[in-house]
Design a protein around this ligand. Structure first.
Ligand code: CA
Length: 232
């Protein structure tokens, strides 16, 4: 197995050191940055496989760093935060973070979640023979799993990794109804601690970004389905 490259962006050095120690022991190659700007330039340089990102940094906010990273790279991001309210959780997820870990954390749990996310990315990104086709053409949309891109009428639309996975899954299984809980398990993973509103928020954002009100259908009392549209 290739050595995974981890980038830790965390201004509290003792925390960065604990994380670095734990992940190195698991065979990761680790780079630490202690500011948001330093983290961004490290990301450009090393193209990490995974980022652990602190919410409160001295220069930029972790949320801004997260947004910039997800715009430029398709890499999973786990946010570390001392805040724990659900609103903050959802806000973090909307910026494109894949997971959320509240301080103080259990190092083993951070490592376990990191591995889960990496496995999911590998599965979604590269391996053939998954349950969605590599290229989905549906109405005005072209969804490419190989390139992780979505085009609407030939124009590329930026989605967060989660939005993309959700769209790919629903459009890859057209007309099938999935409950919010099924979608949470499928896209976010069993160990995700958020609630089903997370799914609703992502559906709403997909509808808005891609003008999919007629395709991403709410099945009242059950969940959601994707209804393919004919091009007109
Ligand atoms: Ca901090």
């Amino acid at each position: 197995m290739n050595e995974k490259q981890l980038l830790i962006i965390e201004d509290e050095k003792p925390i960065a050191e604990i994380l670095s120690y734990g992940f190195k022991k698991e065979g990761f190659s680790v780079r630490c940055a202690y500011t948001g700007a330093g983290g961004l330039s490290s990301a450009m340089e090393i193209h990490p496989d995974l980022v652990l990102l602190d919410w409160m940094l001295p220069d930029l906010s972790g949320v801004d760093v997260c947004r910039i990273l997800t715009e430029r790279f398709n890499i999973p991001i786990i946010m570390l935060t001392a805040r724990s309210s659900m609103e903050d959780k959802l806000y973090g997820l909307e910026t494109g973070a894949d997971d959320y870990i509240t301080k103080p954390f259990d190092l083993r749990e951070v490592i376990a979640r990191a591995k889960t996310i990496l496995r999911r990315y590998e599965k979604a990104g590269t391996q053939p023979g998954n349950d969605s086709p590599d290229l989905i053409r549906s109405g005005h949309l072209v969804i490419s799993r190989a390139e992780w891109t979505v085009e609407k009428d030939g124009i590329r639309i930026d989605l967060t990794p989660r939005e993309f996975e959700l769209l790919l899954f629903l459009a890859g299984n057209p007309r099938q109804v999935f409950t919010r809980a099924q979608l949470l398990d499928r896209i976010w993973g069993y160990d995700f601690e958020g609630d089903t509103r997370t799914v609703d928020i992502h559906i709403q954002r997909l509808r808005k970004k891609l003008d999919l009100t007629n395709s991403l259908i709410t099945v009242f009392g059950v969940g959601y389905k994707y209804e393919p549209q004919k091009e007109n």
